[in-house]
Design a protein around this ligand. Structure first.
Ligand SMILES: C[S@@+](CC[C@H](N)C(=O)[O-])C[C@H]1O[C@@H](n2cnc3c(N)ncnc32)[C@H](O)[C@@H]1O
Length: 292
């Protein structure tokens, strides 16, 4: 017999039982600490926008520190069903479940049900943007482009997986955004503890959208054209140069980058994620030298 579909909106006991097992989440405790520490620096009454809240694990914390808005398409996926089985049919909306969960907490966010690509922000200026979903440059561009001009100067932007070497294409995009002056890279980023990239908006309004598109189009930049990049971004650059067959640029980047013991570990993590199109012999020779 087919399992009856649950009406989560009315089944309060079931939602309570779900939360008692621990709030479903896709991020770690260290991510929560990072988000909490940045949000706690906000002035009272700040506006926070979270793109991709899922079931609100970070939203509960964010709502304690400001006026929270969330954007999500609220479509229940196979991955969601694997993490929280038996609640919602794949393809159905999980907005009612999100709202039920949030109703049990201190702050109720304003919910925007939208695909990131279609989202239009008409609210006040945003002090903190938290993005958790994109894993490639295009997806990150899609998230940022709808709100980038609405961020206050000096706004903080937290991007989950922005320091995750497995997502080196997206890291490369963030690197270019920093080099083109859209963001400052916050000095307290610590990729060994947490892979959320913490950035501060630097470019003036009006100039930001152009930078988002330019960074999407541009090739990896040479070291000389930019401020010194954090060492892991240099590794990311090398991986992109290798990936696109720009071996001399990759060797140039290597030569221009101060040696750092962490770089070898990072390179090893990245190397295995490179496409099989990279000629193995050239890669082996480069890896022998790089980047100890
Ligand atoms: C990785 S989950 C977020 C996990 C959450 N931060 C947590 O702590 O558990 C990504 C979220 O983004 C949403 N999402 C993914 N792609 C989207 C898109 N193109 N438009 C709108 N929402 C999207 C998903 O529905 C999901 O809620």
């Amino acid at each position: 017999m087919a399992k009856p579909k649950m009406n989560v909106k009315t089944d309060i006991c079931t939602v309570n039982a779900l939360l008692e097992q621990g709030h479903p989440r896709m991020v770690g405790q260290e991510d929560l600490r990072r988000v909490s520490s940045v949000a706690s620096e906000l002035a009272t009454g700040s506006t926070i926008l979270e793109m991709g809240p899922w079931l609100g694990f970070l939203s509960v914390e964010l709502a304690r520190h400001g006026d929270l808005h969330v954007v999500d398409n609220f479509v229940w996926t196979k991955d969601h069903a694997r993490r929280v089985p038996g609640f919602i049919e794949i393809g159905d909306s999980f907005k009612p479940l999100f709202e039920d969960i949030m109703a049990r907490t201190e702050g109720v966010p304003t919910v925007h049900e939208s695909d990131f690509g279609d989202f239009e922000w008409d609210g006040p200026q945003i002090d903190l943007l938290v993005v958790d979903s994109p894993k490639n440059p295009k997806a990150l561009f899609e998230c940022l482009s709808s709100v980038i001009e609405a961020l206050v100067p000096g706004a903080r932007v937290l991007i989950k997986n922005g320091l995750n070497p497995k997502q080196h294409q997206m890291m490369g995009y963030i690197d270019r955004l920093i080099r083109l002056g859209l963001f400052d890279f916050d000095q307290d980023n610590d990729f060994q503890r947490c892979n959320i990239a913490s950035l501060t908006v630097k470019a003036a309004t009006g100039a930001r959208s152009g930078i988002l598109s330019d960074a999407l189009r541009s090739e990896p930049m040479s070291q000389e054209s930019a401020d010194p990049a954090p060492h892991f971004f240099a590794v990311v650059q090398m991986s992109q140069q290798v990936q696109t067959g720009q071996w001399s640029k990759a060797y140039e980047t290597l030569a221009a980058t101060a040696a750092n013991p962490e770089m070898l570990r990072l390179w090893e993590e990245l190397e295995v994620t490179l496409s099989s199109d990279v000629p193995p012999m050239e890669l082996a020779i480069f890896s022998e030298i790089a980047p100890s």
